[in-house]
Design a protein around this ligand. Structure first.
Ligand code: VTB
Length: 315
């Protein structure tokens, strides 16, 4: 069963409005305030939609997040049952420092079709094919690079790998350097980082490394529609996180999740630019209007486009 196309319009308006709500906080060095603006706005706008929506990825557990907590029911209560994953402000540092790459993101599926991800780190890998076995989290970096170069019929030196700039990635980064792979080192924003494999225009062949689990699920939702390969493995390295996994019903804490384990059936993904980045431009002001750009995918209609929206500035 597919998601009605009207939801593309509705959810792209949600991320667009959330993006606009952060504008007063850009460059104000207060990432919490910027995040709160996006969260509050997104929650109140989601509540206006005719749906029985449930947050499966949000701001955290009920005890930690009063808004958009995992399990929160949203919408008018009329209409289809939907699973909703949100990252109202992905790249809070980017917004606080007015740097490129801040996004407002949503992924939606029919009920029980989106993975309810724990708030832990995830080891991730993504490439632009839906073929399994070329890259794998369990392969070492050299094997992944060699396999990918062979698959793409490219010289290793022509490959570009995107990875978060973190001390935990030193070994991988050193190996990429040794292999003379071009590195696109990102400081934050690994939803966008993963999506850079989805189109040749971004000039990224491989995304890898450890980032947020929820961000991994959001990226996988888009990569599913974009025909890409994604694999993720949650990192349960503390007693607390192992316990959380148990309470969430995760039996095998070493499981490698393929896209089909993360998202099933139809989906809609929307990412609106807050500040301009690789994927989309940020919010612009033209006269009395905000202009936003949203990357949208809708699996069942094979939609993959950038939608430009206008919203009147209220004075
Ligand atoms: C990433 C990135 C986020 O967190 O998931 C990263 O996408 C992972 O956490 O934008 P650490 O910063 O602890 O490495 C963010 O950078 C911030 O949520």
């Amino acid at each position: 069963m597919s998601l009605d196309k009207k939801y593309i319009n509705l959810f792209s308006k949600i991320t667009s409005k959330a993006a606009i709500s952060t504008i007063p906080y850009l460059g104000k060095k207060d990432k919490k305030a910027a995040d709160k603006a996006a969260v509050d706005n997104m929650r109140s706008e989601l509540n206006k939609i005719d749906m029985k929506g449930k947050i499966v990825i949000g701001e955290g557990e009920l005890d930690k997040a009063p808004m958009l907590y995992i399990g929160e029911k949203l919408g008018s209560g009329k209409g289809p049952e939907l699973d909703i994953a949100v990252d109202p402000l992905e790249g809070t540092n980017f917004a606080a420092n007015n740097l490129p790459g801040a996004l407002s993101v949503i992924a939606v599926s029919k009920v029980n079709n989106l993975f309810h991800a724990p708030e832990t780190y995830m080891d991730k890998i993504a490439i632009n094919t839906n073929q399994k076995g070329i890259v794998d989290i369990d392969f070492d970096t050299e094997k992944n690079i060699k396999n990918l170069a062979e698959f793409l019929n490219k010289d290793i030196k022509q490959l570009t790998a995107c990875i978060l700039d973190r001390p935990r990635h030193k070994k991988i980064i050193d190996k990429l350097k040794e292999l003379k792979v071009k590195i696109k080192l990102i400081s934050d924003g690994d939803v966008s980082g993963a999506l850079l494999v989805s189109n040749k225009k971004y000039k990224v062949d491989l995304f890898l490394g450890i980032g947020g689990g929820p961000e991994g699920v959001l990226a996988a939702a888009a990569l599913d529609s974009l025909g890409c390969y994604f694999q993720g493995k949650f990192i349960f390295d503390t007693q607390e996180s192992i316990k959380r996994a148990e309470t969430m019903g995760i039996k095998d804490i070493n499981k490698k999740y393929e896209i089909k384990d993360i998202i099933k059936g139809d989906s809609i993904f929307c990412a609106t630019g807050i500040t301009s980045g690789d994927l989309v431009n940020g919010v612009k002001i033209k006269g009395n209007k905000y202009i936003t750009e949203t990357l949208i995918t809708h699996k069942s209609s094979n939609l993959n486009k950038i939608l430009v929206q206008e919203d009147t500035i209220k004075t």
